[in-house]
Design a protein around this ligand. Structure first.
Ligand SMILES: [Fe+2]
Length: 247
């Protein structure tokens, strides 16, 4: 038995080393037993949000915990909860992303959830256009389709532009996730690379009254002048300009 256990531990160690545990999780190869029920998952999200607003968690701590929670979501149950089959019947826009709200039919939730929620949908080649956020923590879980997802840190905010630094640039598929706070990976841009692609989104707006900037999307062009150290001078754009270029 001892030998077998040691072998098991060694094997698990190797899997961790190669990042395979995460891959197995992502592809749903572990038993469903490790995942919380979707009701418990939503309640955890509500509790985390409350802790962020109550300053029990910093935005970076909240962001890390949101990612942990997003990693163990029962994707099939989440798609049912948001009624993705109904959302898929809606026509996707010719430019940019469709945004659809949904009810959370979970018993025992407080009246104020503390977060907003929506599903984004894009046709192939269309985008949730590049934008950053102020005073907002938010996170995506891919529900369906393939996406080219990019994030940037917003390092400086000047009159006409931002100084940004790329942090994430890869393909995202169902179950993959990413998050935003004021202090990490603040800008995101998701382009659908397969037809009919959908994203689950939760956003916590105005979590810190010490942040003077008003909430709202900060549109920009990430394809700006290259600066030292991989940074980019990214001009500020209006929503219309940004959608014209990237929608
Ligand atoms: Fe956003």
């Amino acid at each position: 038995m001892d030998t077998r256990r040691r072998f098991g531990e060694k094997l698990l160690g190797s899997l961790v080393g190669f990042g395979l545990v995460e891959t197995l999780y992502r592809h749903d190869l572990f038993a469903d037993a490790v995942k919380p029920t979707i009701d418990a998952w939503v309640k955890d999200l509500v509790a985390l949000t409350k802790d962020l607003r109550g300053r029990k968690l910093s935005d970076l701590q909240f962001q890390a915990k949101m990612e942990e929670l997003y990693k163990v979501v029962d994707l099939k149950a989440l798609c049912s909860l948001v009624k993705l089959d109904q959302i898929e019947k809606k026509e996707l826009p010719a430019n940019g992303a469709m945004s659809v709200g949904f009810d959370l039919a979970v018993e025992g939730l407080p009246k104020e959830l503390g977060f907003g929620r929506q599903v984004f949908g894009c046709g192939k080649g269309r985008s949730v256009v590049p934008h950053g956020h102020a005073n907002m923590c938010t996170g995506f879980v891919i529900l369906k389709g393939k996406w080219h997802g990019r994030h940037y840190d917003r390092e400086e905010t000047l009159k006409d532009h931002y100084v940004i630094k790329p942090t994430i640039d890869r393909e995202f598929g169902p179950g993959d996730l990413s998050t935003i706070s004021d202090h990490k990976d603040n800008i995101h841009w998701f382009k659908a690379v397969s037809d009919k692609a959908y994203i689950f989104n939760v956003h916590v707006i105005g979590y810190d009254e010490r942040i003077a900037e008003t909430s709202g999307r900060l549109y920009l062009d990430p394809d700006g002048e290259k600066l030292a150290g991989g940074r980019v001078k990214a001009p500020k754009l209006s929503s219309a300009e940004c959608h014209k270029r990237y929608g």
